[in-house]
Design a protein around this ligand. Structure first.
Ligand code: NI
Length: 203
């Protein structure tokens, strides 16, 4: 398993740690349908798992990852939509959500073209509440609440679906979902396990 030295993830992660890339479960792995259970212990193992999840997500690359996607059925997810720096460069903004809840989803909806590291190289438009109020715990168990909108609202809802065993393709018609699954199966048969695109970081 590849191991790399961490970069500074900000205030929560001031130390250099050894981190590991975790294998990401992909459809049709039945474990992705697991309903995850609440995190009850806020210890170093949880911090290590979060570090590994960030490393795995950044390497993929992706913008969100739920613990079940790396085979851990806990209500835990990480998101980084990245901010724009002063010179237009992308600046990391890692967010950690333990035991997240959605409090009041708006009646107005928005549509985003979604993808998922567990549904490799496939994208589809999904409609979800445009704004939500979210409550979650941090790595110390402290409770936070915040209004979310735009891509953050959508991403949080997408990741929270994973905690219920739901993928974004489950929001599509059966026909569309089967098309997506067939495409993935075909790409795997063609070799390499995925379709190469502009996001690939290898030859
Ligand atoms: Ni996903």
């Amino acid at each position: 398993m590849p191991v790399v030295l961490s970069v500074d993830f900000g205030a929560n992660h001031p130390y250099l740690r050894l981190m590991a890339l975790l294998p990401i479960l992909e459809v049709p792995d039945p474990r992705l349908k697991t309903i995850s259970t609440p995190v009850e212990t806020f210890d170093d193992d949880l911090k290590k798992l979060v570090d590994d999840m960030f490393e795995t997500m950044y390497a993929a690359p992706g913008i969100g990852l739920a613990a079940i996607q790396v085979g851990v059925p806990k209500r835990l997810l990480v998101i980084d939509l990245q901010d724009e720096g002063p010179d237009g460069e992308a600046v990391r903004n890692p967010r950690i959500f333990v035991n997240p809840e959605i409090l009041d989803p708006s009646e107005d909806h928005s549509v985003y073209n979604e993808g998922c590291l567990s549904v490799p190289d496939q994208y589809a438009e999904v409609e979800r509440p445009a704004t939500v109020r979210a409550r979650w715990q941090d790595l110390d168990g402290q409770v936070h609440e915040e209004a979310m909108e735009g891509m953050m609202a959508t991403c949080l809802q997408h990741e929270m679906d994973h905690l219920e065993g739901i993928l974004f393709i489950d929001h599509l018609s059966r026909l569309k979902r089967q098309m997506v699954l067939k495409k993935i199966e075909k790409a795997r048969k063609m070799g390499g396990g995925h379709v190469h695109n502009e996001h690939c970081r290898h030859d």
